[in-house]
Design a protein around this ligand. Structure first.
Ligand code: ARG
Length: 275
């Protein structure tokens, strides 16, 4: 009997060491193949996600640099709390998935706070306020004054945006062509591939101002107080949310927000969020 126990003990020890050796081996393998885990608070770096064709908030300029109001703001915000920023670009509809899988710590990309999105992400305090407009060829401008006037026309917008969602809500049967980026939809309008482009007012305005075209004009859809932009963090990430809200407050108090705003818009846009 004792012999039997001895044999059993020996066998289980052998088995245990075999399995732990195996476990240690696979853990080492896993560590080697899995990506380096980023801890924003330890690294003092924020991985910031944006889409890169949403001028003047996040876009690639003539020199090929990723710039914009949102990026200047988040850098200034991060600096007030001793953080650096690393910007990563994604397609607009890939931003929430990138946040959820940990490729980025936050989204700043002219991203409107909405109840649907708030089910998947947490939003900071707002930092900008605006509404929707449509762009239309000047030759058609007299025929179409409201979104409803466009119900039988082909329209364009950016995939997954509030402009696209609002349009399909108001005009459920309209032909809406959705593009990856606003510049593609502007090109489509210029080529008569659609009659109007629906987008956020400041982005449509920036296109009109920089292209200096007389062939296209803009008309309001919703009022300029209808949407708030916020910074999105992972749902339940209160440490990050508190950091972001504190950093935003810092820049509103220390003059950074006002300075950056005046650089990009010619006035202090914080008046809009204080209303
Ligand atoms: N504000 C709109 C939204 O949140 C449009 C945002 C588009 N942003 C961008 N970076 N392309 O849906």
């Amino acid at each position: 009997m004792r012999k039997f126990f001895k044999a059993l003990t020996f066998m289980s020890v052998a088995l245990f060491s075999l399995s732990s050796a195996f476990a240690a081996d696979s853990a080492a393998q896993e560590a080697a193949s899995s990506p380096i885990v980023h801890d924003a608070f330890k690294d003092k770096v924020l991985y910031v996600g944006c889409e890169s064709a949403f001028a003047p908030f996040t876009y690639i300029n003539d020199k090929g640099e990723l710039v914009g109001f949102d990026l200047d703001l988040i850098r200034a915000m991060a600096a007030t709390e001793g953080f650096k920023v690393e910007v990563r670009a994604f397609p607009f509809d890939g931003l929430i998935p990138a946040l959820m899988t940990g490729s980025i710590d936050l989204i700043i990309s002219g991203f409107t706070i909405s109840p649907e999105r708030a089910k998947r992400v947490d939003f900071s305090d707002p930092y900008y306020r605006c509404g929707l407009t449509f762009l239309i060829k000047t030759v058609n401008a007299d025929k179409f004054n409201t979104l409803e006037d466009l119900k039988n026309e082909v329209l364009c917008s950016q995939i997954g945006t509030t402009g696209a969602l609002y349009t399909t809500k108001v005009l459920p049967n309209v032909k809406l062509r959705q593009f990856n980026s606003p510049p593609e939809s502007y090109l489509e309008l210029q080529n008569d591939g659609c009659v109007a482009v629906i987008n956020d007012r400041p982005v449509n305005d920036f296109f009109l101002a920089t292209s200096k075209t007389k062939e296209i004009v803009s008309k309001p859809i919703t009022t300029d107080t209808s949407e708030y932009y916020g910074i999105a963090v992972r749902k339940g990430d209160t440490r990050m949310l508190n950091l972001i809200n504190k950093a935003l407050k810092n820049t509103l108090e220390n003059g950074d927000f006002k300075r950056i705003s005046e650089q990009w818009f010619g006035y202090d846009v914080s008046a809009g969020i204080r209303q």
